[in-house]
Design a protein around this ligand. Structure first.
Ligand code: SF4
Ligand code: SF4
Length: 132
């Protein structure tokens, strides 16, 4: 079963921050600024945390952004991301743009069937690695 964790490691790998779909959006810019301010002031003792839905990235794990008017005609960066590759999201038929489509487990025709998954992996290796 596909499960993408909302953790620091995946946040650091995520490419959403620089993505043209969201980077000029004023609501997203506010969230980025708020996240930076909170992480600067974070007090380990009081355990101040920021909720996943306030973090303007890792949408494949957390779901749609609360912000509107994203530039969805621009190219989603997910297929270049390590989280995308590690979770075989292409083989699982994910169509990215998780910021508007929702979490990977909800928005995509996720392949959980092992046999189907193996067949798709083989087909993709054939497409990408067959010498011309
Ligand atoms: S989910 Fe895709 S389209 Fe949305 S911000 Fe992240 S990289 Fe860009
Ligand atoms: S697959 Fe997309 S939403 Fe998920 S971590 Fe990578 S860039 Fe971010």
């Amino acid at each position: 079963m596909l499960k993408i964790d909302f953790n620091r490691e995946n946040i650091e790998k995520c490419l959403c921050t620089g993505c043209p779909v969201q980077k000029e959006n004023s609501c997203i810019k506010d969230q980025v600024q708020e996240m930076e301010e909170i992480s600067k002031d974070i007090d380990i003792d009081t355990g101040v945390m920021i909720g996943p839905d306030e973090v303007p990235k890792l949408y494949c794990a957390t779901g749609k952004t609360k912000c509107n008017n994203l530039h969805t005609h621009e190219e989603c960066q997910c297929p270049q991301c390590e989280v995308w590759k590690e979770n075989d999201l292409e083989v699982r038929d994910a169509f990215a743009y998780f910021c508007v489509n929702g979490r990977a487990v909800e928005c995509c025709k996720i392949t959980n069937d092992e046999e189907d998954f193996d067949n798709k992996s083989r087909e993709m290796r054939r497409i990408y690695y067959t010498p011309i």
